[in-house]
Design a protein around this ligand. Structure first.
Ligand code: 5GP
Length: 344
């Protein structure tokens, strides 16, 4: 047994220190980031915020709505082959939507079929498993990289620099970082495994950037300030589940109670998801996600504007004219209190 004594940080443990700046207005801040991806050489350009590949947030409707603001969506893997083909063939312009897959034989078969039937339409692929630390996962990423040299690959999830490097060397362009921080994730409760998200970002970004790779912080953002902190810590992309759930464009069950409309939101390893897609929770495992009902939040566009407004304002506070400069201009101060909660 070994104990690491260095304190690791979460979003709630820090604030961003303001800095002198020549910026006069937040409208001057540019949130678009261009990247040339390390392995595929794909040229990405957009606001690097991605809706999570959960069936409640990674929907075609979400992709359409977020596309208007240059945000991306990782489409969930439970769409059928035909649905994927129809969607990608119907796109009028190049899209940064990620096709998502796990690493089973069926996932691979479906992916290859879609690639064949929608030639050239898919540029971004997300390969993700709950635990990105297994050899079969790394081998799978290498295999896909070999077969599809020009496809942008995001792979995860991991939370440490060693594994970030390994995935990039195996062919990933973007490493997805986060184990256990998600709003409907119960991994930490069920397994005791995890890593404070801000430290995971800082350490994995350092490892990735050293090799010319990128990272996507996945999970744990509960408000726009957390997204600013994720970017400030070095995340190139930020993935959001809970913050984009509960909207018109989100999937999930809609129920009415006492005259109010609620939408379900659940972890992809929750009992709800396993009942829906795998015929229940298999005997050898336990659910590692939960189900919540969120009051309907209307069109996602309003939330997006709030998020982008918050991140732009964070940039203004530290004098970052472009999102790219935010990390360089970020000094985190460790705090014991984040917010004044007097009015709840
Ligand atoms: P959020 O933005 O809601 O805090 O986090 C979203 C992320 O939570 C997803 O992108 C995914 O990585 C993770 N996640 C989604 N469903 C589950 C689940 O059932 N279990 C666990 N452990 N993580 C989940």
């Amino acid at each position: 047994m070994h104990i690491e004594n260095e304190v690791k940080l979460d979003f709630k443990d820090v604030l961003i220190r303001p800095k002198r700046s020549t910026l006069s207005s937040r409208s001057n801040v540019d949130l678009i980031r261009p990247f040339t991806l390390r392995n595929s050489r794909v040229e990405y350009s957009g606001v690097p915020i991605i809706a999570a590949n959960m069936d409640t947030t990674g929907t075609f409707e979400m992709a359409e709505a977020l596309g208007k603001y240059d945000l991306s969506v990782a489409l969930h893997k439970h769409y059928s082959e035909d649905e994927y083909v129809t969607y990608f063939n119907g796109l009028k312009r190049k899209s940064t939507a990620f096709y998502s897959m796990g690493i089973t034989d069926n996932d691979l078969k479906k992916f290859k079929a879609v690639m064949e039937r929608a030639p050239g339409a898919i540029e971004y692929l997300c390969i993700d498993v709950a635990n990105g630390y297994t050899e079969i996962f790394v081998d799978f990423v290498s295999k896909i990289r070999e077969e599809f040299p020009h496809l942008a690959i995001m792979a995860g999830n991991v939370v440490t620099g060693d594994m970030t490097e390994e995935l990039i060397l195996a062919g990933a362009d973007i490493v997805k970082v986060g184990i256990g921080p998600g709003s409907v994730c119960t991994t930490r409760k069920m397994t005791g495994v995890g890593y404070p998200q801000l430290s995971a970002i800082i350490e994995c970004a350092d490892a990735a950037h050293g090799l010319g790779g990128l990272i996507c912080s996945d999970g744990g953002c509960t408000r726009p300030g957390d997204i600013a902190k994720a970017f400030g810590g070095g995340a190139d992309f930020v993935m959001l589940g809970g913050m984009l759930a509960g909207h018109n464009e989100s999937g999930g069950e809609v129920i009415e109670k006492d005259g109010k409309v609620y939408r379900s939101f659940y972890g992809m390893s929750s009992k709800s998801a396993m009942d829906k897609y795998s015929g229940g929770v298999a005997k050898y495992r336990a659910a590692e996600g939960k189900t919540v009902y969120l009051e309907d939040r209307g069109p996602v566009a309003d939330t997006v504007q709030e998020i982008l407004g918050g991140v732009r304002s964070a940039c203004t506070y530290v004098g970052a004219r472009r999102l790219k400069e935010l990390t360089k201009r970020t000094t985190f101060v460790r705090v014991t209190q984040q917010l004044n909660e007097v009015f709840g």
